[in-house]
Write a protein that binds this ligand. Structure first.
Ligand SMILES: [Zn+2]
Length: 576
């Protein structure tokens, strides 16, 4: 309720409605484009982002800080959060995703002046003072409609910060925002944020600031004050980046995560588990920080599959496209390929839901890990431009797995032919541009994924035919410059950069030709010239044609690694 000076009388009339918890707009992510049923997921952050994010204000000193202190109970059902500004006041606290306010304990935000009850999508705090901490608690539901957001996994919990990390506004420009956890013994946090050395934070004042207000209505089981006892706990801060959150019984780890603004702006992944995070090496010296939630029947096989995906995707970019990424592996009851989603909020992450009974054989044929890691080579695009980011990942999922020797070139082409056919069958109602913008609502995943893959394929062939730089090399250059960007890109900008590398507007030409048409892109002529025809038993038939060399070059096996720095290691390195 923006703009409304709220009553600060304590009340508890806002009943928790976990059963009604619903993250709002349902959007589809990486639905399987080549089998399995499409899943609906929520991209809660896409709804009204400007209002939720609030505004920025000029900083007064450049020393402004915002410190979160996050505590979770041993059962992992409730997250207690202190939010402490320094050098400014919090005028309003916004829900981090639609309907997240329904999870607020007693429906209130606690301040030294009293409780602010029943917030809507946020609560104005007209009486707050500079440097004054707020407190709230979140009851985490068992599950959310978005399978990558919240889910109880045995004794562990998948819980995106989009559910529990409320957003103060306005925030000074260049604000340093940190998060420190106080976790039960044996519990580890999995979040995508970078870790810094401990940053001086205003937490020591918290007990005082909260305590001064307790007499005016703050009592009653709020669980406040979690930030008061941590100092001196002395957990090792680790050696710079990437060490995991340690443990302690209600004791701080003294590790500070530093939040980029994208932690508020874009959908994020997160979780709490009882196993230390693993570090897996990816090509080029990159690291995957892997949280395995719940009971994983075949953890070793799963790790090998993740490394396989990292290696295959790296064959496009020359190495893993980012220095580090968080992977949260969630065993579930499902059949068929895994379901994954690559996220950018707060840092790169991939959430993968996989069949808890899966076998090594099934995993070796599952494209999901390759597909999700391919997404990390391209910066964030708006959801309506799914044709581009899903098209690239879908096309190269087949190409890079062939290059890695996971599937044969004939299998890869047959997968492409099958996918193109699915896309063609689902074309006709809307233009590709319209369909891409409405993909989640209309569940037109096949059309959008595979039409996008067709455009990537046509561009790849056109560039190779022209004899100039390949789409591979253009994507490699683009990943070097932009994969880690914290800015969202437009499809137009991505195409312009790729075409600049290609030396000709190959991709833009294809996009302009097909984006505003209802028909699926025409491929017959290109396939005929390449000598690719549908075959039986999952393998395409190759003919002798003038452009067969282009066909073969696209899928050509990568040179065997000789122990160079790009060689992946399938061994888990060290527990995090
Ligand atoms: Zn995808």
């Amino acid at each position: 309720m923006p703009g409304e000076a709220r009553s600060i009388q304590p009340r508890s009339g806002c009943k928790l409605s976990l059963g009604l918890f619903f993250l709002g707009v349902l959007l589809g992510g990486c639905a399987p484009p080549s089998g399995g049923r499409a899943r609906l997921v929520s991209l809660a952050h896409e709804s009204q982002p400007a209002r939720r994010l609030g505004s920025r204000s000029p900083n007064a000193t450049g020393q402004e800080r915002l410190a979160y202190r996050v505590q979770i109970d041993p059962q992992l059902t409730r997250v207690d959060v202190d939010v402490c500004p320094r050098g400014f006041r919090i005028e309003r606290l916004n829900a981090p995703s639609p309907n997240a306010e329904r999870l607020l304990e007693a429906g209130r935000v606690i301040t030294p002046q009293g409780d602010y009850p029943c917030p809507d999508d946020g609560v104005d705090l007209p009486l707050s003072q500079p440097d004054e901490c707020l407190h709230y608690s979140v009851r985490v539901p068992e599950e959310s409609p978005d399978p990558t957001s919240v889910r109880r996994v045995g004794a562990d919990l998948l819980a995106s910060p989009d559910v529990w990390l409320w957003i103060p506004t306005p925030r000074p420009e260049h604000l340093l925002t940190t998060v420190r956890f106080s976790l039960p013994e044996g519990v580890f946090a999995a979040v995508p944020w970078p870790i810094s050395k401990p940053v001086p934070v205003p937490v020591p004042d918290l007990a005082l600031s909260l305590g001064s207000g307790l007499g005016s209505g703050l009592g009653s089981g709020s669980g406040s004050g979690s930030g008061s006892a941590e100092h001196g706990a002395g957990a090792e801060p680790g050696s710079g980046t990437g060490t995991g959150t340690g443990t302690g019984t209600g004791v701080s780890t003294d590790l500070d995560y530093v939040l980029p603004e994208t932690a508020f702006a874009w959908k994020s992944a997160g979780g709490f588990g009882h196993a230390p995070l693993l570090r897996l090496s990816a090509p080029g010296g990159a690291q995957l920080r892997v949280a395995m939630l719940g009971e994983v029947e075949h953890p070793r096989e799963l790790q090998e599959w993740l490394v396989q995906g990292a290696r295959a995707s790296s064959l496009l970019f020359g190495h893993f496209p980012l220095r580090e990424a968080l992977v949260i592996a969630v065993p579930v009851e499902r059949s068929g390929p895994a379901f994954g989603m690559a996220l950018r909020g707060g840092g790169p992450s991939v959430v993968i839901l996989f069949d808890r009974h899966t076998t090594s054989a099934a995993l070796s044929q599952d494209w999901t890990s390759t597909h999700e890691f391919l997404h990390l080579g391209v910066p964030r695009l708006a959801p309506e431009e799914a044709w581009l980011f899903e098209g690239l990942a879908t096309y190269y999922s087949e190409v890079t797995r062939a290059r890695a020797g996971i599937i044969s070139p004939r299998q890869a082409y047959q997968h492409l032919l099958d996918g193109f056919e699915r896309g063609r069958k689902n074309a006709g109602a809307l233009t590709l541009r319209e369909e891409s913008a409405q993909m989640r609502e209309r569940r037109s995943f096949y059309r959008v994924y595979w039409a996008g893959a067709a455009l990537a394929f046509l561009t790849d062939v056109a560039a190779r035919r022209a004899g100039g730089p390949t789409l591979d090399s253009a994507l490699r250059s683009f990943a070097e410059c932009c994969a880690a960007s914290e800015q969202a890109f437009s499809a137009e900008r991505v195409l312009a950069q790729l075409d600049a590398s290609l030396g000709a507007p190959h991709f833009t030409t294809q996009a302009q030709r097909w984006l505003d048409r209802r028909e699926f892109p025409e491929l017959d002529g290109v396939l005929r010239r390449l000598g690719v025809a549908p075959g039986r038993r999952g393998a395409a038939i190759f003919g002798r044609t003038p452009e067969a060399s282009i066909r073969d070059a696209i899928m050509a096996r990568a040179p065997a690694s000789n122990g160079s720095p790009t060689e992946p290691q399938s061994q888990p390195q060290q527990p995090e």
